[in-house]
Each structure stands twice: as C-alpha cells, then as structure tokens.
Design a binder for this molecule. Sequence first.
Ligand SMILES: C[S@@+](CC[C@H](N)C(=O)[O-])C[C@H]1O[C@@H](n2cnc3c(N)ncnc32)[C@H](O)[C@@H]1O
Length: 227
Amino acid sequence: MGLQLNTIIPWGRNLDEYVAMFGLDAQALKLNILDCAAGLASFNAEMTVRGHRVTSWDPIYQFSTDEIAQRIQDTYPTVISGVRANLESYVWQTLKSPDHLGEVRMAAMQRFLEDFPAGLSQGRYLRAALPQLPGSAQHFDLALCSHFLFTYSDQLSQPFHRDSVLELCRVAREVRVFPLLTLSGEPSPFLEPILAELSDAGYNYRIQPVAYEFQRGSNRMLQIYRS
Ligand SMILES: C[S@@+](CC[C@H](N)C(=O)[O-])C[C@H]1O[C@@H](n2cnc3c(N)ncnc32)[C@H](O)[C@@H]1O
C-alpha cells in the first residue's frame, strides 16, 4: 500500500542539525551524498546553494508542494503541543523552548518547500522508499538516514531494518544512521542484531558519539563502511 499523506507528521531539520547529527566535517560535505528518508529537511536546499551535491529520497515526494504545505499547517499545532506535554524528554539548549523549536522547524520546512519544485525537476528530490532503492551499486559516497530507521522500531520490523540498512550499504560506500533510540527514547531492540548481520555480511561499523542531543540520551550515530 502506498504512503498516505494524512498519516504523515511532516518534520524537517536544517543543515546545522545534519552536520551535528552525522558529524559531517568539511571533507564529508564535499562527497556525493544521499539523504534517505529525507522528508522536509532543508539539508538539500542549503547544501545546493553552497555548491555541494545532495540527492534526497523519500516516498513523500510523490505529493505536490501545496499538498505538503497544507499537511504542515494541519499537523503543526498537534506536534508542538505533543512536545510541550513531554518537555523533560528533550534537552533544551540549542533549541531553547517549544516555540523556538517550532520556529526552527518551520523555517527548515519553508526552505524545503521553496526548493522542492526546482529540486524535483533537477532530480535532487526523488520518490523512493526503503527497503528497495533505485540506483546502481556504490553510486553515492555517503548515505545519511535520520529519524526513520531505529526511530520507528515499534512500527517497522527487524527484517525491514536489516533489508534497509543493507540496501543503503548497496547504494553508498559509507552509511550513517541517526538516532539509535526509538521515538519513546528507548534503545532500539534491532540495533544489536543488525550489527551482528553487518559483521556477517563483511561490513565494519562504529557507534560514534555526536555533538547533537535533542531527544534526551540520543547522541550517537551508527557509521557503516566496507572492510
Ligand atoms: C521524521 S521524518 C525525518 C525527516 C528528515 N530525515 C529529518 O531528520 O528531518 C521521517 C521520514 O521518513 C519517510 N519515510 C516513510 N516511509 C519511508 C520508507 N519506506 N523509506 C524511506 N523513507 C520513508 C517519511 O516520509 C518521512 O519524511
């Protein structure tokens, strides 16, 4: 069954957040990057104006700019009131308050919406869904996946996670996934079994601390690369 727009809570992070979540240094920013489950992040838009190369894949790109913009307006109050009801689940430092969080997220999503039509026609945004991606093997230097795998461990199965991680490893030479906790802040039960499968399949991996913690306790990313 296809993705239903009315089941999606649109959300998007910005370039600074991507840099922090994935520990991207100047060298990494120059790579040919795939952002998978990219959603309404402004990472692609902000990287493109800086002359970098990012391709964003997500099933949400089947919808029009207007449809996505409407869905943002419809869901924003619910999202922010959910955050207000769980203040202690978050670290309020870089993002100072729910209002500040809302401003930063809305600015990122607005940036995405402005870039989306041009990016679609340039092939920088493409409708694609894990666990089966288009693209040839090793097409990208680096694949990023934020707030999808492990986050939704209560809705997506362990085989889905395994197949998705291996598929990201197929299309990119290196893969980084953040965060490693579920939406409710628990360690994903799928992390350890998937690390074992990666080892069996001949991949190396590291669990790296990163300079990003908004969901309390969530400050580590998984980095996977070939032996
Ligand atoms: C919480 S958003 C994360 C967006 C962005 N990565 C960020 O951190 O700001 C999760 C995204 O996963 C996308 N998604 C849902 N099912 C997917 C699938 N099977 N494959 C890839 N992405 C999917 C949703 O459309 C949504 O945009």
